[in-house]
Design a protein around this ligand. Structure first.
Ligand code: 1HN
Length: 347
């Protein structure tokens, strides 16, 4: 379907421009590239050891009250300077909170999730439900829910933020509302009931109340133990992966972003299918190497790397250091809702 640019008279072009019209035939192959989507995302590795000192400097120079959130954005090099996204559909950043600080209450249209990297004593309150944060935990902040963060411990506390912000920006729906602390008072009842719901239990008289997000905190301790048990029960060479789901519906835990924990047994190569969604990979534990569309990333705990749409991937944990654990954050739930999600065999 290669079309030569047609010779249009200057007069006709002028008339089209005046009428706010444009000829499709000159743009069709850009809008619909042949065979595979044309990803803009340039796969990149952000090493935590490089980001951490820069984030700590922000801690010295930028008061949290002024910043609202003290975050360094993982800015996709494929989208020019200061891109507010890591992939086509995913915003990612690393946030720092220092002892005694509070990141103020607000809510916004995009959904967020945190993956805790480092520290002790951090917590987040989501619609009155207090979630303590431990390294590797995944904590959801669904669309429209009030949230703030605090730190009762000592030393820096950091986490990876991921949001479906680019999707909200694309559909002109991204906005936030500041809140007062009173919007998000810790609610012991809500905290208790959310703990019950994580175990498939609801206080009987509250059953009619629909809660689309019955589980906000996914503790790493639980995920890690499940992966190790699963690894003992899959055939050699089969992937060891667990999806984070809404325990009431079995669907993805957020509407647009998907979360998958992956265990890489030491020394085994994992070459997953090429998948339509772009992805952010975060290293929870261990060290190893991944190849993403021909780029090689040597990673260790706390690092984050990206992959574009239909990326050719392979992952390997360092043999000497035991298994490694990765989290994949992608926009597969959105691709499925679009009726499009695809997997293709790796070359
Ligand atoms: C946000 O609300 C948080 O609540 C973190 O911690 C990062 C990035 C873009 C827009 C909103 C937070 C964010 C954000």
């Amino acid at each position: 379907m290669e079309h030569e640019t047609t010779e249009l008279s200057r007069e006709y072009r002028g008339a089209l421009a005046d009428a706010k019209l444009t000829p499709l035939w000159e743009h069709l192959s850009n809008a619909l590239p042949h065979g595979l989507p044309a990803g803009l995302t340039s796969a990149n590795l952000w090493r935590y050891q490089d980001v951490r000192p820069l984030l700590l400097q922000a801690g010295e120079q930028v008061p949290v009250e002024k910043a609202e959130r003290r975050v360094l954005v993982l800015s996709d090099p494929g989208r020019g300077q200061a891109a507010m996204q890591a992939t086509g559909g995913i915003y990612a950043g690393i946030q720092l909170i220092l002892p005694g600080e509070t990141a103020p209450t607000h809510r916004h249209s995009p959904s967020a999730a945190r993956v805790v990297i480092e520290g002790k004593g951090g917590f987040t309150v989501v619609n009155g439900q207090r979630c303590d944060m431990e390294p590797g935990d995944v904590i959801l902040t669904p669309s429209g829910q009030w949230h703030d963060h605090g730190h009762d411990g000592v030393g820096p506390f950091t986490w990876l933020d991921v949001l479906d912000l680019p999707v909200f920006t694309a559909v002109e729906s991204s906005y936030a509302e500041p809140g007062r602390a009173s919007c998000n008072q810790e609610d012991g009842q809500a905290t208790m009931q959310s703990r019950f719901r994580s175990n498939g239990l609801a206080v009987a008289h509250s059953l009619q109340r629909t809660n689309p997000y019955p589980m906000l905190r996914f503790p790493w301790k639980t995920t890690r133990a499940a992966l190790i048990e699963l690894a003992d029960n899959v055939a050699q060479g089969e992937s060891v992966e667990l999806s984070y789901v809404n325990p009431e519906t079995g669907e993805s835990c957020l509407p647009i972003l998907g979360f998958t924990a992956i265990m890489l047994p030491a020394g085994q190569d994992l070459t997953p299918a090429r998948r339509s969604p772009g992805a952010v990979f975060h290293v929870v534990e261990g060290s190893g190497e991944s190849s993403v569309d021909g780029k090689t990333f040597a990673w260790s705990a706390g690092d984050t790397f990206t992959a574009s749409t239909f990326a050719q991937l392979s992952h390997r944990a360092d043999t000497a250091k035991g298994p490694a654990f990765l989290l994949r954050i992608d926009d597969a739930p959105l691709h499925k809702k679009l009726g499009f999600f695809q997997e293709r065999k790796s070359a």
